[in-house]
Design a protein around this ligand. Structure first.
Ligand code: NAD
Length: 352
């Protein structure tokens, strides 16, 4: 076995149906008494319910979280936390809301309690993103890792099925790239393979029965594992392509992950055979790339960039951007091969 270093990120996880009811105790356990509750505008009702549950422990609600954390929103939320004298923040929602919590923690050190309602996995990472003048910058900082994560599958019952599927495939992408990351290790590989297995199985159930609470629980469990892998490892070509398409072409985060993943895996397949074997085993298929493509298709997810608003004349620029300052990747980044990959993803071709 190759030598390795494993650095576990320390967070506390409370898992189970109705675990939201333990939020008050969890805030007490952090020694906090004044929580600012965060959400998107669409989940303002959920934030109000959380504030009601907390009673005097809630000092305010800030329901303006949006995708990719614009710096202006971060400033406004930080000012609001300061004005209210908040000593912790509770982020209820997906990666956008967790991201806003992280932006507050980055400058204030306030502890964040994340209550994820999608499968993005951000709650398990110390990665933050901030968007300034249309450019998204990401970084890692231990202060932004949520101190407590409450996974309550009841809260994901309302997640529309389209988002359920793409968000779940977004999480699978974290784990799939974790399996061939240069800084991977056997512990994280176990988590990655189990995360893919749990999510793929749960998504197939949820596509037919979106309110199946067991499957919602399994999906959150899978998202937790996949998020933890993302938090511990370097990401490769797939995440680079998605950041390029998301950041420079304003494509929807989870949809881009869904469409690009089979093609990124096909690109890397010959250079990462063990990772491909484990992905295929987790999916119960013969081939990793085709297995992910078939799963997405079976789930009714988008499979072509042309169907999610990517302009055909943007592919050349996307290839240029993706080839610049590449992320570490098992197969070297070759501009012409990346351009061909993007064309296949644009057309929605099944990887051979
Ligand atoms: P999101 O948080 O933007 O949520 C999408 C929409 O779904 C929002 O309107 C939200 O309010 C709504 N929603 C969420 N849960 C719901 C539920 N249970 N019921 C009904 N509506 C619900 O989407 P996302 O995919 O979770 O997050 C994407 C963002 O997270 C991106 O900005 C991405 O860069 C970031 N992200 C960061 C990391 C990290 O480690 N830093 C990891 C993954 C994603």
């Amino acid at each position: 076995m190759k030598p390795f270093v494993h650095q576990a990120l320390a967070s506390r996880v409370v898992f189970g149906a109705d675990s939201l009811l333990q939020l008050g105790q969890e805030i007490d356990a952090l020694g906090a008494t004044r929580a600012l509750v965060l959400s998107t505008p669409e989940q303002a009702d959920a934030a109000r319910r959380v504030a009601e549950l907390l009673g005097e422990r809630a000092v305010g609600i800030f329901s303006k979280a949006v995708m990719h954390v614009p710096i202006e929103t971060a400033h406004e939320a930080r000012d609001e936390a300061r004005r209210l004298g908040a000593d912790c923040a509770v982020a209820i929602g997906g990666g956008s809301t967790t991201g806003l919590g992280k932006a507050i923690a980055l400058t204030s050190g306030l502890p964040i309690i994340a209550i994820p309602t999608t499968y993005a996995g951000s709650e398990m990472t110390s990665i933050y993103g901030l968007t300034e003048a249309g450019v998204k910058k990401t970084g890692r900082d231990p202060r932004v890792l949520p101190r407590t994560v409450i996974y309550d599958p009841e809260l994901s019952l309302t997640l529309p099925i389209e988002l359920t599927v793409t968000s779940g495939l977004n999480a699978i992408a974290h784990a799939a790239e974790g399996l061939y990351a240069f800084d991977g290790n056997p512990i994280l590989s176990l988590m990655a393979e189990e995360g893919i297995r749990a999510l793929a199985a749960a998504l197939l159930v949820l596509a037919a029965a979106p309110t199946d609470i067991e499957a919602r629980g399994d999906a959150l469990y899978g998202a937790w594992l996949c998020g933890a892998v993302l938090g511990a490892l370097s990401m490769g070509l797939h995440h680079k392509l998605c950041h390029t398409l998301g950041g420079s072409f304003n494509q929807s985060h989870a949809e881009v992950h869904t469409v690009v993943l089979p093609h990124a895996l096909a690109y890397n397949a010959a250079h990462a055979p063990e990772a491909m074997r484990r992905i295929a085993r987790a999916l119960g298929t013969e081939r990793a790339a085709a297995g992910i493509f078939d799963l997405a298709q079976r789930l009714g997810a988008p499979i072509a960039l042309k169907d999610i608003g990517m302009p055909a004349d943007g592919l050349d620029r996307a290839a240029d951007l993706a080839a610049q300052t590449p992320y570490p990747n098992p197969r070297p980044i070759e501009r012409a091969a990346i351009r061909a990959l993007l064309q296949r993803a644009f057309d929605g071709e099944r990887p051979g």
